[in-house]
Design a protein around this ligand. Structure first.
Ligand code: CTP
Ligand code: MG
Length: 575
C-alpha cells in the first residue's frame, strides 16, 4: 500500500474513532459522571468548548444584560466571570449553551464593528457592545416569553481565575491541623480549576476553527499539565495541532476497507522536519496576523520539537503550539492515569513541585535545571519502587492493553498501553500518609545514585546509565531518549543537596507536628518550612544518611544490565 493510501486509511479510521468517541451526549455524560477516562475527559471538554463563547464585558455587573441578550440564541446553562489584569482590569464572561448549535448561532450573529480596525475573524471571542441610549439594550424578539434577569450571583464564578494570594495561602497552611492536611490544602488551592480548563479548551478550539475551512479534519488538542491533572492555576497550555485529525493516533486494525476516493494533496517539498518547520512558520504568521487575542508570537523552530509560542490576551494564557509531538500527548494520558490510580499521587506531586520551585530547582524558562515534567517522573518512579508500590509500572499497563488501546504515531512510536484501569487491576496495599510519603521521597532521592543509575518508569526499577548525562530518566514512550538530558551536573548536585535538606527539615517537622497546635513553638511549621526562600535554606551536613554501600549483588546486576539493557545506545536527541 503506498503512503497516500495508508494515510487516507488512517484519516478515515481516526474520523470513525472521533465519531464514536465524540458524540455530545456520550462525552458530556462521561464528564458529569465524575470519573472520566482520558479520552472521555478530552472529548467532554472539547464538546463543552464547542458549546461556549467568551464575551468581553465592562464588568461582572453586565451579566444580566448579557444573559438576556444571549438567551435569544439558546439556553444558557452556565456562566463564569474572570478578569485579565493589565493597567485596567478587563472583564470577560464565559457562557455555556446547552448545544454547540446555539453557541454557533451566537457566534454567527457577531457583527463587525466599523469603529475598529482589523480583519474580522469568526471566533468564539466576542465583545459586548454597550447598548445605544440610556434605556438599556433594545432586545430583539426572544424565544422565551418571560425575560429572566438573573442576578450576578448566578455566575458560577466571579473573578474565577484569580489565584489565592501568597499570604492567604500561607495563612491557610499555617492554620492546618497536620502536614497531611497542608498537602491537601496546597493541592486544593493551587490546582488548575474548572474555568482554567474550559479556557484552555477554548484556546484550542479557536485555532482549530480558524483553519477548519481548509483543513476540515484538523484537530488542536491540549496536552501536558493543562489536562494531565498535575497543572496548577496559570500553567501554560501545550497544544498539538494536526491537519489530518490523527491526534488520536494511528489505529492498526480495522474491519473496513479504505475509501477509494483519495484527496489530491500538495506534494511534500522537503523532508518531514523542514516541512513541519515551514508549515509552522506559516501558521505562526496566520495566528499573529489574524487570530483575535493572539499576541507576542515567537517561533522556536530549531528545537527537537519545533514550537510556536504565543500569548492569548483574552485568556491571559501562554501557549506552546507544536505539530509533531504525539508521544507528548500520550505521555499526558499516562500521567492522567497515574493521577487517577491513587488519590495521594497528585497532592504529593504538587507539594514536591512547590518545594522545588521555592528552592529554585525549577524555573519557568527551560534550561539546565530540572523541568516540572522530569520532577513529576521522579515522583512517579518513587511511587512505583516502594516496597508496597502505589503505582504500577508502565510495563504492567502495556501488558493489559487490548486491541482498542493500540496507538502508533506517524513516526512509528508505539503508544499502546491499557487504558482500562479495572482491567489493569492494580491495587495498592500501601497505607502511608502523605507526610510519610513526602519524607520517604526526599530520603529516597538523597541516596539515589544519579551518577551511575538511570530511572525506568517502564520497568519501575533502576538501570545502569547508558551515557554521561547528569540525570537519566528513560522517556517512557520514546525509550531511546532521556527526559532529563538537559539537566547539568551542577543542577543535579543541587537537587541532591536540596532533597537532603528537605528530608532533614521534614523529619523534625513530622516530629513536631505530633504536638497539639497550641504547643507548637513556631508559626511557620510543617510544609511551610520546606517552602522557605532559598537564601534561608541551610545546607545541612549529611547527618542522617549513611553513604550508600555498593553491594556485590549490585555490581553483578549492573554488569548484567549493561549486556541486556533494553534502552539501547545513548540517544543523540534530548527528549
Ligand atoms: N513531554 C514529554 N517528554 C518530554 C517533555 C515533555 O513527553 N521530554 C510531554 C509530557 O506529556 C508533558 C508535556 O509534554 O506533560 C508538556 O511538557 P511541559 O510543558 O514541559 O510540562 P508540563 O507537564 O506541561 O508541566 P508545566 O506545568 O511545567 O508546563
Ligand atoms: Mg506545560
Amino acid at each position: 500500500m503506498n503512503n497516500l493510501m495508508r494515510r487516507a486509511q488512517n484519516v478515515q479510521l481516526w474520523r470513525k474513532y472521533c465519531v464514536k468517541q465524540y458524540t455530545t451526549e456520550a462525552a458530556s455524560a462521561a464528564l458529569s459522571r465524575g470519573k472520566p477516562n482520558y479520552d472521555e475527559f478530552i472529548a467532554g471538554r472539547q464538546v463543552q468548548a464547542q458549546r461556549s463563547i467568551v464575551v468581553q464585558v465592562s464588568s461582572e455587573k453586565s451579566y444580566s444584560e448579557l444573559y438576556n441578550y444571549c438567551s435569544r440564541f439558546g439556553s444558557i446553562v452556565g456562566a463564569h466571570h474572570y478578569c485579565v489584569r493589565h493597567d485596567d482590569d478587563l472583564h470577560y464572561i464565559l457562557l455555556e449553551y446547552s448545544t454547540a448549535h446555539e453557541a454557533a448561532a451566537a457566534i454567527d450573529s457577531g457583527a463587525t464593528n466599523g469603529d475598529l480596525s482589523g480583519v474580522p475573524v469568526r471566533s468564539p471571542f466576542l465583545w459586548f457592545k454597550a447598548a445605544p441610549g440610556k434605556r438599556g439594550p433594545k432586545l430583539a424578539p426572544n424565544n422565551n416569553n418571560n425575560i429572566h434577569h438573573p442576578p450576578t450571583s448566578d455566575l458560577q464564578s466571579v473573578d474565577g481565575t484569580r489565584q489565592l494570594d501568597q499570604e492567604a495561602l500561607l495563612s491557610q497552611l499555617r492554620g492546618a491541623e497536620s502536614i497531611e492536611q497542608q498537602v491537601q490544602l496546597l493541592h486544593r488551592h493551587t490546582q488548575l480549576n474548572d474555568l482554567g480548563v474550559r479556557m484552555r479548551f477554548l484556546a484550542a478550539l479557536q485555532v482549530q476553527q480558524a483553519i477548519s475551512g481548509m483543513f476540515p479534519a484538523a484537530q488542536a488538542h491540549p496536552f501536558g499539565s493543562s489536562v494531565n491533572g498535575f497543572g496548577k492555576m496559570g500553567c501554560d497550555l501545550d497544544l498539538i495541532l494536526r491537519f489530518d485529525g490523527e491526534t488520536g493516533g494511528r489505529k492498526q486494525s480495522s474491519g473496513e476497507p479504505p475509501s477509494r476516493l483519495i484527496y489530491h494533496t500538495k506534494e511534500n517539498l522537503s523532508n518531514g522536519r523542514s516541512q513541519t518547520q515551514r508549515h509552522m512558520e506559516c501558521f505562526g504568521d496566520m495566528l499573529h496576523l489574524f487570530l483575535p487575542g493572539v499576541c507576542h508570537v515567537r517561533r522556536i523552530l530549531q528545537a527537537r520539537v519545533p514550537i510556536i509560542k504565543y500569548h492569548h490576551e483574552h485568556l491571559n494564557l501562554e501557549v506552546d503550539l507544536s505539530m509533531s509531538n504525539l508521544s507528548g500527548f500520550y505521555m499526558s494520558e499516562l500521567l492522567y492515569m497515574f493521577g487517577e490510580i491513587d488519590p495521594r499521587v497528585r497532592p504529593l506531586t504538587f507539594s514536591i513541585r512547590r518545594w522545588a520551585q521555592a528552592c529554585g530547582l525549577t524555573n519557568p524558562s527551560p534550561g539546565r535545571w530540572i523541568s516540572n515534567f522530569s520532577l513529576t517522573c521522579l515522583v512517579m518512579y518513587f511511587l512505583q519502587q516502594l516496597r508496597q508500590p502505589i503505582l504500577p509500572t508502565i510495563g504492567a499497563l502495556v501488558k493489559a492493553a487490548e486491541a482498542k488501546d493500540v496507538r502508533v504515531t506517524e513516526d512509528g512510536i508505539n503508544c499502546t498501553f491499557g487504558r482500562d484501569l479495572e482491567r489493569v487491576g492494580f491495587q495498592s496495599r500501601n497505607t502511608s500518609s502523605l507526610s510519610e510519603l513526602l519524607l520517604q521521597f526526599f530520603e529516597f532521592y538523597s541516596q539515589f545514585d544519579f551518577h551511575n543509575r538511570a530511572i525506568s518508569l517502564n520497568e519501575g526499577r533502576q538501570l545502569s546509565k547508558p551515557d554521561h548525562s547528569a540525570m537519566y530518566i528513560v522517556n517512557p514512550l520514546e525509550q531511546l531518549l532521556n527526559v532529563s538530558k538537559n539537566v547539568s551536573l551542577e543542577e543535579c548536585e543541587r537537587l541532591r543537596i536540596e532533597v537532603r535538606n528537605a528530608a532533614w527539615i521534614l523529619e523534625s517537622e513530622v516530629e513536631n507536628s505530633s504536638l497539639p497546635q497550641s504547643e507548637r513553638q513556631e508559626e511557620t511549621w510543617g510544609l511551610l518550612n520546606l517552602f522557605k526562600h532559598p537564601e534561608k535554606a541551610i545546607i545541612r551536613p549529611n547527618m542522617f544518611f549513611k553513604p550508600r554501600m555498593v553491594e556485590v549483588s549490585d555490581l553483578f546486576e549492573e554488569k548484567h544490565q549493561q549486556l541486556q539493557s533494553t534502552i539501547g545506545p545513548a540517544s543523540t536527541g534530548g527528549a
